[in-house]
Ligand binder design. Structure first.
Ligand SMILES: [Zn+2]
Length: 88
């Protein structure tokens, strides 16, 4: 009995980026990181003005103190806020 193996591995072609494109992405990423770092250093949520707390589940994860459901956010009498960020 002859066994035929059908390999269906498609060659994944990564989009080729030029050096300039890569540099642009790196610069944008760094700029975004610097913006987010400045917000975290400032200590206030850019959306609602509440404080910012670190989420210890992941390194560099910061959330508004009003993030999440009642019981999770700092002040349950105030509305929840969805602001969060990751910084490097
Ligand atoms: Zn907020």
């Amino acid at each position: 009995m002859e066994r035929t193996t059908h390999t269906n591995l498609k060659e994944t072609t990564m989009p080729r980026m030029t050096k300039a494109e890569k540099a642009k992405i790196a610069a944008e990423r760094q700029a975004r990181n610097e913006r987010e770092c400045a917000i975290v250093r400032g200590g206030n949520c850019p959306q609602c003005g509440a404080g910012i707390r670190r989420n210890l589940a992941l390194t560099g994860w910061f959330q508004c103190q009003q993030y999440g459901a009642v019981g999770f956010r700092k002040d349950s009498t105030k509305p929840s806020c969805s602001w969060q960020t990751f910084i490097e």
